[in-house]
Design a protein around this ligand. Sequence first.
Ligand code: GDP
Ligand code: MG
Length: 197
Amino acid sequence: MIIKKSELETIAVKPQQYPPDDRPEIAFAGRSNVGKSSLLNLITGRKALARVSGAPGKTRTINFYNINDTFRIVDLPGYGYAKVSKSVSENWGEMMETYFKQRKGLLKVVQLVDIRHAPSAQDIQMYEYLRHYNLDGIVAATKADKVSRNEMFKYMGVIRKTLNLSQEDKIIPVSSLKKTGGDELLAVMEELLNPKG
Ligand SMILES: Nc1nc2c(ncn2[C@@H]2O[C@H](COP(=O)(O)OP(=O)(O)O)[C@@H](O)[C@H]2O)c(=O)[nH]1
Ligand SMILES: [Mg+2]
């Protein structure tokens, strides 16, 4: 799949602000600073579709991107930023639940984890959450350029074990810096959108 067109369609915090539920959506979730905006820029081939942030934790919105006028990529707010207040984190949980529960077009959520670290308690919780809603199965291991090839396989094993992934679940190592892994992720997304049967 090639993304020829990508544009921010809607920024929402509540369902009344979501775009119509008329197209398939693939969402992206992960801890603040995991490299989500950078990865979205990589796969869309845009320099700054999603804002790459030096100060994590600011965005508390669900951002809907129109892709090729056929589906949407949905950028979910990052979690795990230490400095947010309790009310902000509670609000985050509510936002996620509301979106996951009612969104009929939502196919899957790509879970991002940093390849260098074992998934955090919050990553595990997030993944359990996805599993509960049957939105799990695709993990992108970010910042793969920071580890050697040998380490890469070792760390992918740690991620697989820590998130308790099943055999069919995919882990895709990606590096937005080196521009690797994007095509593999796009192929997985394509298969989601157009299952070969
Ligand atoms: N080395 C390396 N750094 C990255 C990569 N992707 C993102 N970063 C850095 O990680 C920080 C957070 O990136 P960002 O995309 O804003 O993460 P987000 O908060 O998850 O959206 C920034 O300083 C990026 O430059 C990557 O593939 N490799
Ligand atoms: Mg971001």
